[in-house]
Design a protein around this ligand. Structure first.
Ligand code: BG6
Length: 491
């Protein structure tokens, strides 16, 4: 069976926010790539919905430009695009009005029932109103799916409200909450590494592992998104979603199978086991920062408060580092260090698993020290898995030891199929109705409950972000976080 074949009951995708940044950079180029590979159903309409007024032709021109300026530009071909364009319709809508959304019914393919995917690539405040308006206009049937982007809420209460609004129109089994980190090849490979190999599992616990580090470092600033970012900050923008999802994949128990329920059951148990960081504990377990002017991406860059549209009194964190405990049998006593920030020295996302040192160094007598073994999973910019071992250094007659890395490169290899961008994989899963790598309601809400504790702790203790220069690795206090337990950040 072709596991990539879309389910036959899918007949259209409606993209709300069809002219927005995400749709332009990711969604249209991804759908185009899937069409080029023959992965869209034969009868499948692509419907752009937004408030601006365009004719189909004008909108198709915009889609063409989007593809030609995207990561998939090299796939562009006039003939392939002509076929793709034939699938596209555009409707100008007031997304909150059931009367206005009824126009969508008129552009759905005929005689295909209601197998429609609604992709809400809009401001999150519109998720509830759109879902309610869709239901009220009779456009939601059992075969429909809805895809929503983060952020879902800004704390646990608002997340519940948004989820309730979505649930008023769609059953949980129809809801696909995207965390685009779960669409990255290397992140998906983490599941394969852990659960398709027997050698790691006996070592994957507090007996053998000393510490885990998860870093998502960005060299970019807030990229013109000050208004959104200032209401979010690094904890809400990155930790609540991407970092906690990565932590779940590292820490979860083996699921009963690779099914949506089984995978997500195990992930949510990790979130339930996170030790709360609340009240005065935030001072011991968290470090926050905000970038000041400096040098990043090869040029002088302004500080956060000097970015376009900035409020100079902002106390929003653009960096956060956390020491996290997981209170369960597997991980008791193992610190998980999480770190993310804007305008850091380089773009780098990785997971480091550091094993314990050998119980006794028999080489101490000849002056050799032993570095602990490490498993480094690099997610971006390059994708690579490296297991670092101690080895006898070649060419020396005396016993001299050094570290050597066993590398498994996941990069592009000749003859391999083209690598997909994360959104292609996620869209394909939506088409196939496979929600294993989408976030379930209880996961989102459990993550927010834990984040709420930290936010309240910062508020009650008055913890403010410390300044750090753009192009550095964050405030120097972040170094102290692992150091207190004898660890250091992997740099
Ligand atoms: C988004 C955040 O979810 O992820 C952005 O809102 C961040 O602030 C982005 O820049 C990072 O994604 P990636 O795939 O570029 O690492």
């Amino acid at each position: 069976m072709d596991t990539e074949a879309p389910t036959p009951d899918c007949h259209a995708i409606v993209i709300f926010g069809a002219t927005g940044d995400l749709a332009r950079r990711m969604l249209w180029p991804s759908l185009y790539a899937l069409d080029c590979e023959g992965l869209l159903p034969e009868v499948f309409r692509l419907i752009g919905a937004a408030s601006s007024k365009f004719t189909d032709e004008q909108f198709i021109e915009r889609v063409k430009t989007a593809i030609n300026t995207s990561a998939n530009a090299k796939l562009y071909d006039d003939l392939a695009f002509a076929r793709f364009a034939g699938r596209i319709r555009y409707v100008s809508v007031d997304a909150k009005s059931p009367g206005s959304l009824a126009a969508i019914g008129g552009v759905l393919p005929e005689g295909t029932g209601r197998g429609v995917i609604y992709y809400l690539s809009t401001a999150p405040q519109l998720f509830g109103p759109i879902c309610r308006a869709l239901a009220a206009s009779g456009l939601v049937g059992r075969a429909c799916r809805v895809v929503v982007e983060k952020p879902i809420g800004s704390d646990s209460i608002s997340a519940q409200e948004t989820n309730d609004a979505i649930a008023s129109a769609f059953d949980e089994s129809q809801v696909f909450r995207i965390d685009h980190y779960l669409g990255k090849e290397a992140v998906q490979n983490l599941m394969a590494l852990r659960f398709a190999n027997a050698i790691f599992e006996p070592l994957w616990n507090s007996t053998a592992i000393a510490q885990v580090q998860i870093t998502i470092a960005e060299a970019v600033g807030i990229e013109g998104r000050w208004a959104y970012y200032d209401t979010a900050g690094a904890l809400r923008d990155m930790v609540q979603s991407h970092l906690l999802q990565l932590l779940c994949l590292v820490a979860m128990e083996p699921p009963a199978g690779f099914t949506p329920q089984a995978v997500r059951n195990e992930k949510v148990k990790v979130l339930w086991s996170l030790r709360p960081i609340e009240g005065p504990d935030v001072g011991q377990h968290t470090v926050t920062g905000q970038y000041t002017a400096g040098f990043a991406e090869g040029r002088a860059v302004p500080g956060y408060k000097e970015e376009a549209g900035a409020n100079t009194a902002s106390e929003t964190e653009t960096f956060v580092a956390l020491r996290v405990g997981i209170d369960n049998w597997r991980w008791a006593g193992v610190p998980f260090y999480l770190r993310t920030g804007k305008r850091l020295q380089e773009r780098r996302s990785e997971i480091l698993i550091q094993f314990k040192s050998p119980p006794y160094n028999i080489f101490a007598g000849i002056g050799a020290s032993l570095a602990p073994n490490q498993l480094l999973i690099k997610l971006q910019p390059e994708e690579m898995i490296t297991l670092t071992l101690m080895n006898k250094q070649q060419g020396h007659s005396a016993m001299q030891l050094g570290e050597v890395g066993l590398n498994l490169s996941l990069g592009e290899a000749e003859g391999r199929p083209r690598r997909r961008i994360a959104y292609e994989r996620m869209l394909l899963d939506v088409l196939r109705g496979n929600s294993a790598l989408f976030v379930r309601r209880d996961e989102i809400e459990a993550a927010w409950r834990w984040i709420d504790g930290i936010l309240q702790g910062w508020k009650s203790t008055g913890q403010k972000p410390r300044p750090y220069s753009a192009g550095s690795w964050g405030p120097s206090a972040a170094i102290g976080l692992p150091e207190r337990l004898g660890h250091s950040w992997h740099e």
